[in-house]
Design a protein around this ligand. Structure first.
Ligand code: FES
Length: 339
């Protein structure tokens, strides 16, 4: 049976499995806390123990002040609880509270999903994981190439393995290099994180995610994070592509459907030969609204929207939502500059 840690002042809580440190358990549950080294050196994961027992405290180099000692300060990355506990800790609730980081990573895996798309996995050093919020992006720096912004497709609950969905584009030096030359163990410098495309933690409204093609990447991170946080509101994913094969994580979405009662998924494919994507998105929006109306207890005006795709693609979708009187504050669009 797992123990429970409750945080003050937020009153949020998370389960702690046997053998886990408090930091590991918090991250697994999608709780955003300050941390960096994960090995007891930086002191960033400091918290105050208010109640409960620590069973095991792993040796660390960090030195607490006399005052901190007298106030029961602990390092969350070094402590495994022996009972339910209560801690006072600062929770990160917006992107501005996360420091910019620069981390030298190694290519861990390059997985070809189809002839046009790879999943690039980077691994950070164990003692320098990337802290970020779901939905954010970073800049990838590869020697000899112009730096490139990329959305992080993985969940912040694992800042050591970072996933990116890379589409191979004609005459695009960066993606061509990743497809044809980048190898396991090559070095890639990562800077960031950036961006404010993030889940509205304070909202209990249903969430509608609309992704275009590999714009699915940050949406995947947001959904994973939302599921980890055990959010109970309905989650709807509409994934629009130009060819069926571009639903490259179809099985993954179906696994969410099987496992999560509040998750709904509709894959959508634009008519063959579509050239004006923005116009097609505009044409498809009423179908999305109608599907949502027929399968949800809420209206689109009572729901939050998270849209991601190449710049400009969702301009027409935005116009549609505004015409339907969806409040602007409930529409979130990723404003990442691609290059
Ligand atoms: S994360 Fe650095 S001491 Fe815990």
């Amino acid at each position: 049976m797992s123990l429970r840690a409750t945080m003050h002042p937020s009153q949020h809580s998370f389960p702690v499995e046997y053998g886990e440190t408090l930091l590991e358990a918090a991250l697994r549950s999608g709780v955003a806390l300050e941390y960096s080294c994960n090995n007891g050196r930086c002191g960033k994961c400091k918290a105050r123990l208010l109640q409960g027992e620590i069973g095991e405290e792993i040796q660390s180099d960090f030195v607490f002040s006399q005052l901190e000692k007298s106030q029961n300060h602990i390092l969350l990355c070094r402590c495994k609880p022996a009972s339910d506990i209560e801690i006072e800790v600062h929770e990160i609730d917006n992107a501005a509270q996360i420091q910019k980081q620069e981390i030298s990573t190694k290519v861990y895996k390059i997985e070809k999903i189809n002839p046009e798309l790879v999943i690039l996995q980077l691994r950070t050093p164990r003692n320098q994981t990337l802290q970020f919020l779901a939905g954010q992006h970073i800049t990838l720096h590869i020697d000899g190439l112009k730096p490139r912004n990329k959305s992080i497709a993985s969940c912040p609950c694992n800042g050591m393995y970072l996933h990116f969905h890379i589409r191979n584009k004609n005459q695009d030096e960066f993606s061509n290099y990743i497809f044809d030359h980048l190898k396991t163990k090559d070095s890639v410098l990562v800077t960031g994180p950036y961006g404010e495309f993030q889940f509205d933690e304070g909202s209990e409204r249903p969430a509608i995610f609309i992704a275009f093609e590999s714009g699915f990447a940050p949406i995947k991170s947001l959904i994973e994070h939302t599921i980890a946080r055990e959010k109970k509101q309905p989650l709807y994913l509409y994934w629009i592509v130009t060819h069926n094969q571009n639903h490259y994580f179809e099985n993954y979405c179906k696994a969410w459907l099987d496992a999560e009662d509040n998750f709904h998924y509709l894959p959508l494919t634009l008519p063959e030969g579509t050239t004006d994507i923005a116009q097609s998105i505009k044409d498809i929006m009423p179908s999305i609204a109608s599907h949502y109306r027929n399968s949800s207890d809420s209206t689109i005006q009572e729901s939050d929207f998270y849209l991601n795709g190449p710049a400009g693609i969702f301009r027409t979708a935005l116009e549609y939502l505004e015409k339907q009187d969806v409040p602007e504050s409930q529409i979130h669009i990723d404003a990442m500059k691609r290059y």
